[in-house]
Design a protein around this ligand. Structure first.
Ligand SMILES: Cc1cc2nc3c(=O)[nH]c(=O)nc-3n(C[C@H](O)[C@H](O)[C@H](O)COP(=O)(O)O)c2cc1C
Length: 509
């Protein structure tokens, strides 16, 4: 049992009520920067945000003065970065903001196994304004063109995309990208291996359009769970309830048979038709890899039938793509939820001896490091095959690095040291699992293999790097498989420390 296990008791779940409650909590915790100066929706806002967001250590931003969306505009404010810092993820979980990252992974593991189902209410603030027919105009909201080379203005960057399984009615909420294609049209990128892609395949087989509802702006648990690979047979609404410690209150949509949070800022309802004649051009977009992808091609398109929103709604969006100086929200969140999900998958598969799991934020969990207490030969291979066999591996765990217990997987130097000295490619430490599913957005994937319509997913050659001490070696070095490290013996360290002050070394502690 990991020592962080006691954290579950320390958690005091918070129901913020809506995105406004969350923004107020951030303001009180000095986790929010309000920008009152005018900012252009056209590239400027996204550029400022990307330059200011830092490496998981900067505030969220509320832009309150958007060019062309002044007095009288339907929507005037844009909120970004709510979950772009570990301190704010801790707040979302109901933990102190300085909770260590390792503990956030641990608490996330337990939350992902908890459920509080939603409840239905008659109405809510999201129904304060109901727009249909000619009143629908996506650009009456200040949708940014986030990046210079984006193919258009992306309205879906952080929206919870709600769909339901036509066989069971189970609701899924995922974050998937979508561009403004006209007043009432949103071409989207839909990978069939994602959960809404699974729903769509079922509607298509019935010869039906798929109903969708895009939820922009609610409590932080919405984006966190929507961006996480919550298993197919569990609704994200149940996990949101677990995070906030209270059921999510849902209302029925106006024109689609779906349920959405009653206090959301904006909900866009519509239908996606399987008929390629209805597709519209979409892309490229600055993606989670840190590169633009995929190219501009005809994509599935949601036709909007209704928009409901609160009075003075606040638009919620984000930028994607981590760069070494600037980690996007998805990257920060992924390092927690993908690590927690991977750890739970290893536990479900019965892999023993797992002592830590972490995917660094810079690549959003695409490389996954696993620390194990190795007791038998082949354990690292068991780790990799369990991860790659889990449904959460779709766009993650491309490279699995397994290390021994003495290697801190939150420390780049420690992992690099293990890679240098515990990997021998000639001894089976590098294993390739070719031509599996994977992220088509990865620029290292050939163009042909990233065709969403042909293949429904990308194509990854996965690699295990077994950086554990090889148990296939006999213990022939004085009874050991590996020689001792140069780390001084405990008794020698104690003796040295006893003389530390006398040697005038106190400043070098
Ligand atoms: C900010 C953000 C943007 C994302 N954009 C996309 C996207 O455009 N397409 C996609 O397939 N997944 C995207 N993801 C990842 C998915 O949300 C994630 O894979 C999630 O597990 C999907 O939900 P599902 O497992 O219910 O299908 C994004 C995640 C975040 C946090």
């Amino acid at each position: 049992m990991n020592e962080s296990g006691g954290l579950a008791g320390a958690r005091k779940p918070v129901a913020f009520g809506d995105m406004r409650g969350w923004i107020e909590a951030l303001r009180a915790a000095e986790e929010l920067r309000v920008i009152d100066a005018e900012v252009d929706w056209d590239v400027e806002l996204g550029t400022i945000y990307r330059m200011a967001q830092g490496k998981g250590d900067r505030p969220a931003f509320l832009f309150r003065n958007i060019k062309d969306y002044g007095a009288g505009a339907r929507c005037r404010e844009v909120f970004v970065g709510g979950q772009g810092a570990y301190s704010r993820l801790a707040m979302m979980f109901g933990l102190p903001p300085d909770t260590p990252i390792r503990d956030l992974v641990w608490i996330c593991r337990t939350i992902f196994n908890e459920r509080i189902p939603p409840v239905t209410v008659e109405s809510g603030p999201v129904k304060e304004n109901v727009l249909t027919g000619g009143d629908i105009d996506l650009l009456s909201f200040p949708v940014p063109k986030w990046n210079r080379l984006d193919g258009g203005r992306y309205v879906l960057t952080y929206a919870g995309c709600v769909t339901s399984d036509p066989d069971t009615g189970l609701h899924n909420v995922g974050i998937y990208r979508g561009m403004v294609g006209g007043k009432d049209a949103i071409p989207v990128l839909m990978w069939r291996a994602q959960h809404w892609g699974g729903h769509f395949t079922k509607y298509e087989a019935r010869g039906e359009k798929m109903p969708v509802a895009f939820v922009l702006g609610w409590e932080p648990s919405l984006g966190f769970t929507a961006g996480a690979p919550v298993p197919r047979d569990i609704s994200e609404y149940d996990v949101m309830g677990a995070i906030r410690g209270a059921p999510v209150e849902l209302v029925p949509c106006e024109t689609v048979p779906l349920m959405v949070p009653a206090s959301a800022e904006i909900v866009i309802e519509g239908w996606i038709d399987p008929d390629p004649a209805t597709f519209m051009e979409e892309g490229p977009y600055a993606e989670f890899t840190g590169y633009y992808a995929t190219e501009r091609t005809a994509k599935h398109t949601a036709r909007v039938t209704c928009i409901t929103h609160r009075d003075n709604p606040i638009f919620r969006g984000t930028v994607e793509g981590a760069l070494p100086y600037s980690y996007a929200e998805n990257a920060i969140m992924s390092s927690i939820q993908r690590s927690a999900t991977a750890w739970n998958a290893l536990e479900r598969a019965g892999v023993p001896g797992v002592t830590d799991v972490f995917g660094m934020p810079i690549h959003a969990g695409v490389n996954m490091a696993v620390q194990i207490r190795q007791t038998y030969r082949g354990q690292a291979k068991q780790v990799a095959s369990a991860l790659w066999g889990d449904s959460s591996s779709h766009v993650r765990y491309k490279h699995v690095i397994v290390v021994d217990e003495d290697i801190d997987i939150h420390d780049y130097a420690a992992v690099d040291w293990a890679l240098a000295w515990r990997v021998n490619a000639g001894e089976g430490d590098i294993v390739t699992f070719p031509a599996t599913w994977g992220a088509g957005l990865d620029p290292s994937v050939r163009r042909r293999d990233a065709d969403v319509h042909l293949f429904g997913t990308g194509k990854w050659h996965r690699v295990l790097i077994d950086a554990t001490i090889n148990l296939d070696y006999p213990p022939e070095r004085d009874g050991r498989r590996y020689p001792p490290t140069v780390e001084p013996m405990e008794e020698d360290k104690r003796a040295a420390l006893a003389r530390w002050s006398a040697l005038g070394l106190d400043d070098l502690n």
